[in-house]
Design a protein around this ligand. Structure first.
Ligand code: AMP
Length: 215
């Protein structure tokens, strides 16, 4: 099953992608995670992407497309994949269609998680992560065992630069301008499933499976 998860930052794409991964053993492909890893390792890609990410802006299409397509070629994507955070622009979606077509594959569904803006801002401002492990926490919804410390390695948790309030506003504006048009793009192809992203992660997951006739 080849899926795309669409939704603004804080909509819960990562959480739902992990649930799909756990149940169906198909990899979650997060371009955001791949880029953050490159930034942490200080690679040329990381040096290019880091300042754009910190400012809440998109990394150029050609860079992200190469990265995503390369990842999709890996053998673990043979049984399917869940794309989380890619595509984010119409040119990225078109490039994805071309690459999948060449590989004799196609998308089976695009889940669009819908969440009101106030809820998104509330969710994102409470996010914390471990600078070493990359593991994610939330001050209210998923607090670490010891306040401010990673459960796995004890490092002091940080707030992602792009989760700070002014950057969040920028990311939401970028989403509205550049990514929201993908809903119409996929609706035209009969692939779009709009799902409310408000509620418990389990309840939202059940709705996703229902929309794909998997429940
Ligand atoms: P995310 O973790 O998906 O919210 O991504 C974090 C940041 O990585 C975004 O704000 C962008 O700067 C960059 N990024 C991730 N995926 C893409 C993409 N498909 N296109 C452009 N930039 C991306």
């Amino acid at each position: 099953m080849n899926l795309v998860l669409l939704g603004p930052p804080g909509a819960g794409k990562g959480t739902q992608a992990k649930k799909l991964l756990d149940e169906f053993a198909i990899p979650q492909i997060s371009t955001g995670d791949i880029l953050r890893d490159a930034v942490r390792r200080g690679t040329p890609l990381g040096k290019k992407a880091g300042p754009l990410m910190a400012a809440g802006k998109l990394v150029p299409d050609d860079v992200v497309v190469d990265l995503a397509i390369e990842r999709l070629r890996q053998p673990d994507c043979g049984r399917g994949f869940v794309l989380d955070g890619f595509p984010r622009t119409i040119p990225q979606a078109e490039a994805l269609d071309v690459a999948l077509g060449k590989a004799g594959k196609k998308l089976d569904g695009v889940i669009s998680l819908q969440v009101p803006e106030e809820t998104l801002v509330e969710r994102i401002s409470g996010r914390r992560c471990c600078p070493k492990e990359g593991s994610a926490y939330h001050v209210y919804q998923k607090p670490p065992r010891r306040t401010g410390q990673c459960d796995l390695c004890g490092s002091e948790l940080i707030q992602r630069e792009d989760d700070k309030p002014d950057k969040v506003r920028e990311r939401l504006a970028v989403y509205a301008a550049q990514t929201a048009p993908l809903e119409a793009y996929y609706a035209k192809r009969g692939l779009l499933r709009g799902i409310s992203g408000v509620g418990t992660p389990e309840g939202i997951y059940a709705e996703i499976k229902k929309s794909l006739d998997w429940s």
